[in-house]
Design a protein around this ligand. Structure first.
Ligand code: GRG
Length: 299
């Protein structure tokens, strides 16, 4: 088996594990209020690359974490991610009609339902973090829950989104862009890796710091690639509207440094992220493959 087919098989297995976990965690469509539960399932199931849970699985391999526990923590992160996409697509934010190749949640249902879908998904994520045993130490599990709360709140994703909305029509410096994206996109990606890791046995402080550096670098690389794809790929390939950043006057790595330089920057971040994994040897194989996937992806 080549490295590429081996990675594809590993990722497909992780994606089905997450899909099954999400299916189980989401309220059944026939439970009242049916329309809200159906809309929650519409927003979460059957789409998306599931990059964040895959990062949790890959980081969990470093700490020999139980895969079922990692699936639950990864599902909690994916539920937060799905909520953020539903809210991001609303007319008061990015106002988009296409997500994961389907009409966005507020188009398929209505705006009020989409708002509630996001609210209910956020609560569900924290219910998942507290309803199940995710690691052997209850204090660590409390820290994990706090980590997800901080990563998704005003000092993380929601704060990054606020900066994003306030930046429309402005030119940001690369430093300002980095600050915005470390929060908007990077915080949840970093949380995914750290939560997967913390489901298992603790690493040394040095190893923990290496994984954390990797997660921060790859979170930023993810966003640089997202900016490149928005400028360089088609709506059909992306399953969401291409070219929206320029159309909405959003500052991006492409507007700040040009397409070629942004592509080169993503590659620099990938190389730096790989360096952070050096001490782990073969234990970090899946993290390395995921870093390649994140930077070389086409959608
Ligand atoms: C509304 C609080 C709030 C936050 C929204 C994540 C986010 C913040 C907005 C999404 C807008 C966006 C396109 C951000 C760029 C990075 C990103 C999160 C892309 C989408 O993630 P993927 O590519 O999507 O992992 P899939 O569909 O594969 O899960």
């Amino acid at each position: 088996m080549t490295n590429a087919t081996d990675f594809r098989a590993w990722a497909a297995a992780g994606q089905s594990h997450i899909e099954a976990t999400l299916q189980r965690l989401l309220p059944a469509p026939e439970i009242a209020p049916q329309r809200l539960h159906q809309a929650m399932r519409y927003a979460v199931l059957g789409g998306g690359k599931r990059v964040r849970p895959l990062l949790a699985f890959a980081a969990g391999e470093l700490s020999h974490a139980d895969a079922e526990r990692v699936a639950l923590a990864g599902a909690a992160v994916e539920i937060i991610h799905a909520y953020s996409l539903v809210h991001d697509d609303l007319p008061c934010m990015d106002d988009d009609v296409l997500r994961r190749g389907k009409p966005t949640c507020h188009v398929e249902y209505d705006e009020a339902t989409a708002l509630l879908v996001g609210d209910a998904l956020q609560s569900l994520a924290f219910q998942v973090m507290t309803d199940h045993k995710l690691c052997d130490d209850a204090v660590v599990q409390l820290e994990m829950t706090k980590l997800l709360a901080i990563a998704s709140g005003s000092r993380g994703m929601a704060g990054g989104q606020a900066i994003d909305l306030a930046s429309v029509g402005k030119e940001l410096t690369v430093t300002e862009l980095e600050f915005m994206h470390i929060h908007k996109t990077g915080a949840i990606i970093r949380a995914a890796a750290l939560l997967g890791l913390k489901c298992g046995a603790p690493l040394s402080a040095a190893e923990h710091a290496h994984l954390d550096s990797f997660a921060k670098l790859i979170g930023l690389a993810f966003q640089v690639v997202d900016d490149v794809l928005d400028a360089d790929a088609t709506t059909e390939t992306l399953g969401k509207t291409a070219g929206k950043d320029a159309q909405q006057g959003k500052p991006t790595y492409v507007s700040a440094m040009g397409l070629a330089r942004a592509k080169a920057f993503a590659e620099e971040l990938r190389v730096e992220a790989m360096t952070a994994l050096e001490d782990f040897g073969d234990r970090a194989l899946r993290l390395r493959q995921l870093a390649d996937f994140i930077v070389l992806r086409k959608s």
